[in-house]
Ligand binder design. Structure first.
Ligand code: KIV
Length: 266
């Protein structure tokens, strides 16, 4: 029997010095493969907006879209913990709205935890979510939902002052009750300091090797993305394979090589 990965396993793995492997997924089929591969946790990221839906940023992603994709992922998953991103403006306005929206991700989407971006600005929402029984993952460093304020997808915490703010935010998020924090696009030494300072797990993406775990976008790992960020790594070249397979199919159709006898009813 597969043993379900739980939020408490994040901290227990950190304490045992075991790394946590997390990836994004957006549909049931891929979620099934991630589960089969033994990935610990699946993030239904709002990166779905850029990776699957063709948006330039994650800002246009709606709660309905997140519920739709989270429900698909949960139908394909048995073991991995499912964390759903709360999209832009679904947790920043009032704590009541944050609770209502996170509740929908859990009840309608099957999420087992939610992720919110930011530090001091989201502490009240985090505390309330945790109080009412919703596990929350934090997210510091590069915050894709703030791309328009920042002016791009830029590295963060690159000055001692900003690194101090990030550390203070991490400690405040831990105090507010998050079970783990994603650290995105920050220098490795800042991630090391934060990881040593908090007792909860840090999950890095572009934050160096000393976080307690790593998360990447699935399409990057599979080699389906044309231009990778420096911190992403492709473990396959599916883009070339997919194009070759589709070209072979089109050629077969045009030359009447497909369907052949084996693929026809008699
Ligand atoms: O939406 C997402 O995929 C994320 C990861 C980059 C951590 O938030």
């Amino acid at each position: 029997m597969k043993i379900k990965f739980r939020t408490r396993d994040f901290k227990e793995k950190k304490q045992r010095g075991e790394k946590i492997a997390m990836l994004t997924a957006y549909d049931a089929n891929m979620a099934r493969l991630l589960d089969r591969a033994g990935v610990d946790a699946i993030l239904v990221g709002d990166s779905v907006g850029m990776v699957v839906l063709g948006f330039e940023t994650t800002v246009p992603v709606t709660l309905e879209a997140m519920i739709h994709h989270t429900a698909a992922v949960s139908r394909g998953t048995e073991r991995a913990l499912i964390v759903a991103d709360m999209p832009f403006m679904t947790y920043e306005t009032t704590t009541a709205e944050a609770v209502r929206n996170a509740g929908r991700l859990m009840q309608e989407g099957g999420a087992e935890a939610v992720k919110v971006e930011g530090g001091s600005a989201v502490l009240e929402a985090v505390k309330r979510l945790v109080d009412v029984g919703i596990p929350v993952m934090g997210h510091l460093g590069l915050l894709p939902q703030s791309v328009h304020r920042v002016g791009g997808f830029l590295r963060q915490a690159t000055t001692p002052h900003d690194a101090d703010i990030l550390l203070a935010d991490a400690l405040a998020l831990e105090e507010a009750g998050v079970f783990a924090i994603v650290l995105e696009a920050i220098p490795s030494d800042v991630a090391r300091t934060v990881t040593a300072a908090v007792s909860i797990a840090t999950i890095g993406i572009g934050a160096g090797p000393e976080c307690d775990g790593q998360v990447l976008v699935l399409h990057d790992v599979l080699g389906l993305t044309p231009n990778l960020y420096k911190f992403a790594k492709a473990y396959a070249d599916l883009r070339s394979e997919v194009i070759a397979a589709l070209q072979a199919y089109a050629t077969d159709v045009r030359t009447s090589a497909f369907p052949d006898d084996a693929h026809s009813f008699h």
